[in-house]
Design a protein around this ligand. Structure first.
Ligand code: NAD
Length: 439
């Protein structure tokens, strides 16, 4: 079997590499020449644990290739996966220009039956648009070639992407014909050997499933953040409440962590896009609107605590951020709460120093030198008045209070992920602020 994967971002690169791992030939395509040059020179443009080794292995075996030329990859191709970005438009809806551009490109050059699969997260009705764009190009050429479209949303998590892809909880495929279904079954068979289910459904249901999954997870986070704020008022501890409700098997423990708000490339844009889709159908998703409002407010909670601690004036103070990426094990800075915090701190006249194990280069690409990047977490603390834990990387979990105390000018710890024990921090003579914690 031979497939093309268009878009070599977090999803495309992992998808292509994992399929190559099963022994098939995979051509990964991107319009970004620099990315493809890097990949062809053995440099992986994103940080994803385990990916580099897997790419190296499959390139060596000559079943994983990188190119900017989609046309050449369509020769003998059975399935084209489109994994290009779907960033939010100004009004919150998903921008489909890249998805449609890929469809047109395929329509321009395909010369035999194939299945065109959308892996990107796309609103209901996109498969129809993809099909129409391909057909339009075929009509322009005056040729009649059979093809199918499918929707195969991706549920991988950055940081665990390979495991998620190789051992998926489920594979969801929206499909229109038996022929396409059989091809997709064959392609995914190696991933199903351990009993992971493949769920075939109609295309709109598959398209909606992805948004529903991310919206449900975002809802859990916003719910807990709102509860955390209530905990502070009533003197309860959100970590205990979390354990209390998570132990209920109907609820479970995942995605119940209060913090500085959800971020990343998916939750914010997918929640926005689903609200927008519903509006287009004159339907109001009121719960989801609140989920988004709560999250926007939550990104300011730590800043408000800092201002309160310093009596409303942080001018000239050095504030340290431990962690920048929106979650550990990724360098992804899209919609990272750290960016909102940095903007507010700098706006209030503070100097920001930061350390992140992998996301500093990406942060620098986004915001340049408005903050100081440190070589390790300790250098970032020199002369600092406050430490804010923004991303719960493992290396930040144990604080050496003696060292931290020696380096910092003032003793205040703002725990944006509730990973420290308030009592312990306070006993060491630091002021402690968490999210919804009981002191
Ligand atoms: P990304 O921005 O990291 O990568 C997209 C890639 O597509 C870029 O390299 C870009 O150059 C390339 N591209 C754009 N137009 C192209 C074209 N016409 N031809 C070839 N390449 C083109 O995006 P991502 O994070 O991998 O996300 C891709 C999609 O998957 C999005 O819809 C996203 O919502 C969804 N998704 C992402 C994740 C995640 O964790 N990142 C998880 C599940 C689903």
């Amino acid at each position: 079997m031979k497939i093309s994967v268009v878009g070599t971002g977090y999803v495309g690169l992992v998808t292509g590499t994992c399929f190559a791992e099963t022994g098939i030939t995979v051509h990964c395509v991107d319009i970004d020449k620099e990315k493809i040059n890097k990949l062809n020179n053995g440099i992986v443009p994103i940080y994803e644990p385990g990916l580099e080794k897997m790419i190296e292995r499959n390139v060596k075996k000559e079943r994983l290739f990188f190119t900017t030329d989609l046309k050449e990859t369509l020769v003998d191709c059975d399935v084209v996966f489109s994994a290009v970005g779907t960033p939010p438009d100004e009004d919150g809806s998903a921008d489909l220009q890249y998805v449609i551009a890929v469809a047109r490109e395929v329509g321009k050059y395909m010369d035999h039956y194939m299945v065109i699969v959308t892996k990107s997260t796309v609103p209901i009705g996109t498969a129809k648009k993809v099909k129409a764009a391909i057909q339009e190009e075929l009509d322009k050429r005056g040729v009649n070639i059979e093809f199918d479209v499918a929707s195969n949303p991706e549920f991988l998590k950055e940081g665990d992407a390979i495991d998620d892809f190789m051992k998926p909880d489920r594979i969801v495929i929206g499909i229109e014909t038996e022929k396409a279904e059989n091809l997709m079954k064959k392609l995914y068979k190696p991933f199903l050997l351990n009993g992971h289910p493949i769920l075939f459904m109609d295309v709109p249901s598959a398209e909606l499933t992805k948004y529903a999954a991310n919206s449900m997870l975002a809802t859990r986070i916003s719910f807990m953040n709102e509860l955390a704020n209530l905990c502070e008022i009533v003197g309860a501890d959100v970590n205990l409440v979390r354990k209390g409700i998570g132990s209920d098997s109907r609820i479970g423990h995942k995605f119940l962590y209060a913090g500085v708000g959800y971020g990343g490339s998916c939750f914010p844009k997918d929640v926005k896009a689903l609200i927008k889709t519903a509006k287009e159908y004159k339907f109001n998703l009121s719960i989801l609107q609140s989920v988004e409002d709560v999250n926007d407010r939550q990104k300011s909670v730590m800043f408000d605590k800092i201002m309160k601690h310093f009596g409303g004036d942080i001018k000239g103070k050095i504030i340290t951020l431990w962690g920048l990426s929106f979650k550990p094990n990724t360098d992804d800075m899209r919609e990272a709460p750290a960016l909102v915090l940095i903007e507010k701190l700098i706006g209030a006249g503070a100097k920001v120093k930061a350390y992140d194990p992998v996301a500093m280069e990406e942060t620098h690409r986004k915001i340049g030198d408005i903050i100081e990047y440190s070589k390790d977490q300790f250098e970032a603390l020199i002369d600092s008045s406050a430490l804010i834990l923004v991303t719960e990387w493992n290396e930040f979990r144990m604080i050496n209070y003696k060292v931290v105390e020696r380096l910092m000018k003032e003793k205040a710890i703002f725990d944006g992920r509730n990973i420290y024990e308030p009592k312990e921090v306070i006993e060491q003579g630091f002021a402690y602020y968490g999210i919804g914690r009981r002191m």
